[in-house]
Design a protein around this ligand. Structure first.
Ligand SMILES: Cc1cc2nc3c(=O)[nH]c(=O)nc-3n(C[C@H](O)[C@H](O)[C@H](O)COP(=O)(O)OP(=O)(O)OC[C@H]3O[C@@H](n4cnc5c(N)ncnc54)[C@H](O)[C@@H]3O)c2cc1C
Length: 433
């Protein structure tokens, strides 16, 4: 019997478990360990609460979780409660699927002012991640700035712009809905260092901005290259740029503007004891397509600044780390004998949910090659003994199903569809029937 520990229960973790099942059949036992008492990583705490159809992918992971040779070991932090060295002594393979949950720092003066937050924190706050429950961002307007030109920036802008009614059917947490209700923000400015052709925004997410109840996008037609240049773009990007061109032509009197400010680089955040404005430098593209400052600056009023500029994987003691890339040092997922990485912990924070699936199969292939036979390590029995000796309060998949049921039942009482947001309430909720 091969014993495999997968650290992290997000998409990469479950796709890897699925791939190991397909490769080794009955000859494998897989423990999926997560620091939270709830599974599914960013599906629960990153994907926007108003994108429920995307979150349904967790049903596929649930099918894997409910098979006999896969087990969820929640509420256990690897690197704190149990070390990598200990896990390597217990399992034939340890696969790190810990994602990239830390914000890449916004390295400009004033980035530490109150009112400036990273997207991991802001998104985690409205999605009920226990680490960010207490964020309580100030939304007293009138301006908010979102830094970045990817889909996360669009998620943040859309959440700020939606009316309460537009959250019907979502699973936004109550504390966020309460704070967003009646906020005073009437302009959300999305800053991008480069232009419309360089965005990393997909058509579906961009298109949504054109159908909001009380908000409309605004784009300056002067930011576009000649229309013929769009022909060179790949089809998805061409569609996104076409949507932006449409926004540039439309007029609206909706009370909230979502302003796309292209060729705009934040160089400082200023304010008296809190963020009040972002100082922006106008940029231009050089011959290699890089944004270079022009020296022209201006101020964008902002009481809230959300930086959506990427993420990093926190290091874990005993695991080689690539500090420049902000992820575990690995070659095609191999870190050291018996130790592997998948998903964002391997590649960095790029790609969609589905992009993590091939990672799982790649690692299963490596395992078949590196572990032609089991080594006789104790696997889950050894982990259970270790965690019991340390008094760990382990959460099982069955516990998670009870937590999930309690969340759904709570929503049926007429309260907004809500998630439990602290470790204590999550642990308390597993006691239900
Ligand atoms: C804001 C946001 C919105 C997104 N929206 C979409 C979308 O709409 N559609 C789409 O296709 N993709 C979306 N993505 C991308 C998608 O979420 C990622 O591709 C995917 O979640 C990465 O999977 P992962 O398993 O590598 O990491 P994660 O999903 O982050 O999972 C990592 C897991 O590891 C656990 N963990 C971390 N450290 C430890 C530790 N030391 N010990 C134990 N457990 C640990 C975490 O608790 C977590 O459960 C979004 C990403 C973000 C940030």
């Amino acid at each position: 019997m091969r014993h495999v520990a997968v650290i992290g229960s997000g998409p990469a973790g479950y796709y890897t478990a699925e791939a190991c099942q397909k490769t080794f059949g009955e000859d494998v036992r897989i423990d999926i360990v997560d620091r939270l008492p709830v599974p599914f990583g960013l599906i629960r705490s990153g994907v926007a609460p108003d994108h429920q159809s995307i979150k349904h992918v967790s049903r596929r992971y649930e099918a894997v979780a409910l098979t006999d040779n896969v087990r969820f070991v929640g509420n256990v932090t690897v690197g704190e409660q149990v070390s990598i060295e200990e896990l390597l002594g217990l399992y034939d393979a340890v696969i790190l699927a810990t994602g990239a949950p830390a914000d890449r720092p916004l390295d400009i003066p004033g980035a530490d002012l109150p009112g400036v937050v990273g997207s991991a924190a802001f998104v985690g706050w409205y999605n009920g991640h226990p680490d960010h429950e207490a964020l309580a961002p100030v939304l007293d307007g009138p301006g908010a700035v979102v830094i970045g030109n990817g889909n996360v920036a669009l998620d943040v802008a859309r959440i700020l712009a939606k009316s309460e009614a537009e959250f019907a059917g979502s699973d936004i947490v109550g504390h966020a809905l309460e704070r967003l209700r009646g906020h005073a923000i009437n302009r959300v400015t999305i800053l991008g260092r480069r232009g419309p052709h360089q965005i990393a925004m997909t058509p579906k997410e961009l298109g949504e901005l054109g159908h909001l109840e009380r908000a409309a996008p605004r784009v300056d037609a002067a930011d576009f290259p000649p229309a013929e240049a769009d022909a060179a773009l790949d089809p998805g990007q061409r569609k996104s740029v076409a949507l932006l061109r449409g926004f540039a032509e439309s007029r609206s009197d909706k009370p909230i503007e979502i302003v796309f400010d292209f060729f705009a680089r934040p160089i400082a955040i200023e304010g008296d004891g809190r963020a009040e404005r972002v100082i922006v430098e106008r940029t231009a593209l050089d011959g290699d397509g890089r944004a270079v400052g022009t020296g022209e600056t201006y101020a964008v009023p902002a009481g809230l600044v959300v930086s959506c500029i990427g993420y990093r994987t926190p290091p874990i003691a005993g695991v080689p780390y690539d500090a420049r890339a902000g992820r575990f040092a690995n070659v095609e997922g191999r870190i050291a004998p018996g130790l592997y990485a998948v998903g964002w912990a391997r590649r960095g924070p790029t790609g969609t949910i589905g992009t993590n699936r091939p990672d799982g199969f790649l690692i299963a292939e490596h395992l078949a090659e590196d572990l032609p036979q089991a080594s006789g390590k104790p696997g889950r029995a050894g982990l259970d003994a270790l965690l019991a000796a340390r008094g760990a309060d382990v959460v099982t998949f069955r516990d998670w199903q009870r937590i999930d049921k309690a969340e759904v039942e709570r929503a049926r009482t007429g309260a907004p569809r809500e998630k439990f947001t602290s470790i204590e309430t999550l642990l308390g909720a597993r006691g239900g029937s």
